[in-house]
Design a protein around this ligand. Sequence first.
Ligand code: FAD
Length: 420
Amino acid sequence: MKIARRTFLGSAAAASAILAAPMLGAQGRPRVVVVGGGAGGATAARYIAKDSAGAIDVTLVEPTRVYFTCFFSNLFLGGFQELDDLGHTYGTLAADYGVNVVHDWAVGIDRDAKTVSLGSGYALPYDRLILSPGIDFIEGSVPGWSIADQDVMPHAYKGGTQAGLLRAQIDAMPEGGTFVMVAPPNPFRCPPGPYERISMVAHRFTQVNPTAKIIIVDPKESFSKQALFEEGWQNHYPGMITRIGPDFGAETVTVNPETMEIDVDGEVIKADVANIIPAQRAGTICQLAGITDGNWAPVVPASMQSRIDPNIFVLGDASAQGDMPKSGYSANSQAKVAAMIVRGELTGSQVFPARYSNTCWSLIATDDGVKVGAAYEPTEEKIASVSSFISQTGEDAALRKQTYEESLGWYAGITSDMFG
Ligand code: FAD
């Protein structure tokens, strides 16, 4: 874990110090507030602060002091990463880039007054607001499960403690026990994520519990990199993994956290470990801001600007933008476009046409990495895929190892792009 170079003030004190800045000390500098210090928000804050060289006052609002990446959390479940190595702090953003980091929740947005209210009771004024709050779950989407059950049936679909809990449950599972995943419907964060997770859980079981069984209950007809995953499961984990799709009732699932039962259209499965990944929507602050279409926040494809309020930009998972998958890579790519547009609007700096890209790597087994990716350009209607690539089934071991090693380089690159 990277160590913060600066000890932060408590949130209320920090907020009051920052509040003082635009009124007393900002000397007319335009103010950008970024809500959410993850793949989209941390990148946007760093790029605006770095490229405006102090001309813009940048405040980042993020409740957690250590951001644990969801990316590579599956590799932690598989035993390929330590949880600590997935934790990153905000000290460099503050010390080296001059970003005002406020550890607090944004709890409301007044779009007329252009202020963000914080849990501490303070309000931050903005000229432009960037929202990158990630996802929240749709309550009731898996009947019988609510967020209060996450300690018994973890989702492990937000970073940090949930991944630690799921790993502990996997390691404590009785010999020959059953691991059940309830997979989410589209659209959701990280389309290959559930299936990379299945691969990593299977890998772990081959080491600690080789007679264990894995069942995926999946409401979708098909899933990302399906042929690659299915080939890998057959090669590395024969007989361990069963997927129940919508044809067999997986759209009608009820769970009971007390009895650890999963009812799939009348057929009851008793789980020893149950990983429930519910349906998803934009982080709640987007709804509080009144900029969603119900579940997601629609954006202008050329800028990531909200279609409802041009002073607000929405990045990453929370945005409805078109063809890009909800991934850390996408959020990081979108953040750089938004940072450029925001600087252009506030300081008159040059703006170039938006270009986006994404690659999602997945690890299936030791040194067996696969990837899918695309380049994107904005149209009036959406961010559209203009070219794409995907790993092929039957690739040789050297290429798969190289693909895995590429992913390690990507992780190092994106985290330093986010946190400096
Ligand atoms: P996040 O990175 O989740 O950041 C949101 C931040 O906002 C959080 O830190 C949260 O605390 C904060 N926040 C929320 N609400 C508020 C509020 N009201 N006030 C203040 N702060 C708030 N992507 C990849 O590119 N590659 C991968 O290999 C990959 N693997 C994944 C594996 C798994 C198991 C999962 C679950 C995801 C994976 N992803 C991967 C997806 C990736 O994690 C997300 O797409 C990415 O983090 C989205 O970035 P974001 O900025 O939208 O949200």
